[in-house]
Design a binder for this molecule. Sequence first.
Ligand code: MN
Ligand code: MN
Length: 309
Amino acid sequence: MKIFVTGHKNPDTDTISSAIAFANWMKEANNVDAEPIAQGEVNEETAFVLNYFNVKAPRIVTRATDEGVKNVILVDHNEFQQSIDDIEELTITGVVDHHRIANFQTADPLFYRAAPVGSAASIIARMYKEANITITKELAGLMLSALISDTLLLKSPTTHPTDHPIAKELAEIAGVDLETYGLEMLKAGTNLSSKTEAELIDLDAKTFPLNGKNVRVAQVNTVDIPEVMTRQEALEAAMVGSMNKDGYDDFVLIITDIVNSNSQLLAVGSHLDKVEAAFDVKLENHSAFLPGVVSRKKQVVPQLTESFA
Ligand code: MN
Ligand code: MN
């Protein structure tokens, strides 16, 4: 019986790499017919990674039931609104994740592995080692890239001490220099000039239900915050458009400087006071600088959750 392995909507490098690596793990460890799938087109950073290691992007499948598949494994997420469209109709047989667990329940027992580490892929790398399964050069490259992407080259506060030796080991297998390759890969994802504002705010965006409010939190990486901020007016218009179209109460955009590890916050919506309280800032023209903030998971969503509570 076939199982799909999927990451979240608006796929990032960790979601895609984890789906590929964990589908292979399921085959090797459990002899299961597992296929990695994606909930959308890969972004430019992920395209760089797949091209570098010569791996094909997973197929996009947004309804498993259309293909007669009933079982799904979730990687790099667990919240249903971030998952495959027909998630409510599927049996979740497993989860490998490194996010909060806030809105999750199943009817049946399942395999669930969660750890507060840098990437879902680095959990999967640990699982390869635990099961004594060989990590190929390609999979090492993918899992390494996922960890680099999620932790901005191991600098984010989400980085776990044990992620460092894992990165080193994966880099060796993949045959790349961690720092050189890492920066090249991250920069591949910062080419924002070719994108419309509507595309930018949807590149890496997630919806969080916070105390009955639907809050959209998007993040873009850059090496030049002021350059992105020259587009502030158009970005805000796109954020308002998305709020109206998709029914969000608030839209928060985090523009992250991947070199200096800071972010600029841009916010529109009905609860700007709560956004200000979350980060202890005063918004000026809908914006504020957030020194040292790079992680949505650890430095943005928990703060918003508390503020909206
Ligand atoms: Mn992710
Ligand atoms: Mn992740």
